[in-house]
Design a protein around this ligand. Structure first.
Ligand SMILES: [Zn+2]
Length: 152
């Protein structure tokens, strides 16, 4: 096993999230609610990467994420790869898929939208996955996935 592979697979069981744009590393941690976990979590960033410039890597022991949880990462780290680790080996690799709908993940860009004025959770329909176009369920304003703010 090369040194590079060891960097990724140094946990016994769990998930290693690789190819996160370095600046988005902590947003990924927030989206996956890692602060609520009681299992060991290692967050590293500013590793060099051919794919995304400088990248972040997050290792989470004894935790495996559902496809729905992983799909939330499409907002900040669409090229992230999740390595599912069993017994120090990469058992499976999962990529991020943009979901059909984003609930409570991003804010609406329209200041007059009900979701910005009343305590209503946001719902966006992903109308164009390849271009990353979202449409607000409430005000129908279309916005680009790169230009929306996260709810938290
Ligand atoms: Zn809206």
């Amino acid at each position: 096993m090369s040194k590079k592979e060891r960097l990724v697979a140094a946990i016994q069981d769990g998930t290693v999230i690789d190819h996160i744009p370095a600046a988005k590393t902590f947003q990924v941690a927030n989206l996956l609610q890692l602060e609520r976990l009681s299992t060991p979590v290692t967050i590293g960033y500013n590793f060099t990467s051919n794919k995304v410039g400088r990248k972040g890597i997050i290792k989470v022991s004894n935790r495996f994420f559902t496809d729905a949880e992983i799909s939330h990462l499409s907002v900040v780290a669409p090229n992230a790869v999740l390595n599912i680790i069993h017994d120090y080996e990469v058992a499976e690799k999962k990529t991020v898929r943009t979901p059909d709908e984003l609930r409570g993940i991003v804010k609406c860009n329209n200041p007059k939208c009900i979701t910005n004025n009343e305590p209503t959770g946001t719902i966006f329909h992903v109308v164009d996955k390849s271009e990353g176009i979202l449409r607000c369920h409430y005000c129908e304003k279309e916005q680009h996935i790169d230009q929306v703010e996260l709810c938290k």
